[in-house]
Design a protein around this ligand. Sequence first.
Ligand code: SF4
Ligand code: MG
Length: 360
Amino acid sequence: TNKLLEVKHMCVDYMAANGTVHAVTDVSFTLERGEILGLAGESGCGKSTLAYGISRLLRPPAVTTNGEVLYYPRPRENGRRLEISSLRGAPVREDGAIDILRLSPEQLRTFRWSDLAIVFQSAMNALNPVMNIGTQIMDVLRTHRPEMGPDQRKQRAVELLKLVGIAPDRLRSYPHELSGGMRQRAMIAIALALTPELIIMDEPTTALDVVVQREILELIMDLCKEFGMTLIFITHDLSLLLELADKIIIMYAGRIAEKASSQDLYLHPRHPYSYGLLNSFPTLHGPRRKMIGIPGSPPDLRDVPSGCAFHPRCPLAFSACKSALPVLQPALAEIPGQLVTCHLYNQQYNSGRTPTTADL
Ligand code: SF4
Ligand code: MG
């Protein structure tokens, strides 16, 4: 395999005055090089928290209380490990992995640009308002590629802007002089500056209108294809992910509700919540689905329902759902890659036949 990232049993808590909020609980997944993973779910389900936990961007009162985030740098080439500056001095495990959660603040700073970059929802907040776009790109290069001269930096900045569809004369533009879509493109250019292995995008198109959103999405898909980028794409809009992602994790109340390939999820969602999300929007292609949506709203994480957290909203809830916590397991033996956290698929609780989409 060509594993790039392995997240194991990640837990993130918020320490609040009146108790502990479990924002992310026991999340595990593996990401191969070149893969696009989508993280979906309603707001407050823990998807951003998970991403910030992985990239060590959480600030108190959020604390990662358990888990490992194993990063596998490129394998040896011609018998020699490729020089990656950020990994110098980092604790490397027997299998070549580095636990991001154990990097020192200094190793982390370099790692975050050279190996991992993040594009946030609001480019306006992430860009420096008093610095032009060119300077912001060149600053990243100056800090992390000291061997580059000023001309090289400028050349690279122009190259990056071209890559994301911004004319080179925009180098001198300030963020407020750019449209929302252009700012998001500039953010992507900055993220690509050091050609990181992994890019995390947190709702990068949410603030944009539909047409611009589509343009940015196409840009991202092109870049992924061209550079074989490994991407974690976070959105509440599952329809985007079905187009973009190879595999999808749907989160609910801080846990994985379902994990599957995009195709399996689209063709036969197994978790009632996934089914509800998929039917909350009309599909453009393929069979027409009746729009039903999901009644109610996600739980307050300070007061998560007992058993399956989804039970108050689940049309298929039965007695065990209120008392027993479901665990992530394959829905069907024939599709080992499609995992759900739902008692319907557990013989112990539901000894009858396996539910079909008709039941959902
Ligand atoms: Fe619905 Fe029960 Fe499955 Fe939860 S465990 S999703 S409540 S059927
Ligand atoms: Mg969020």
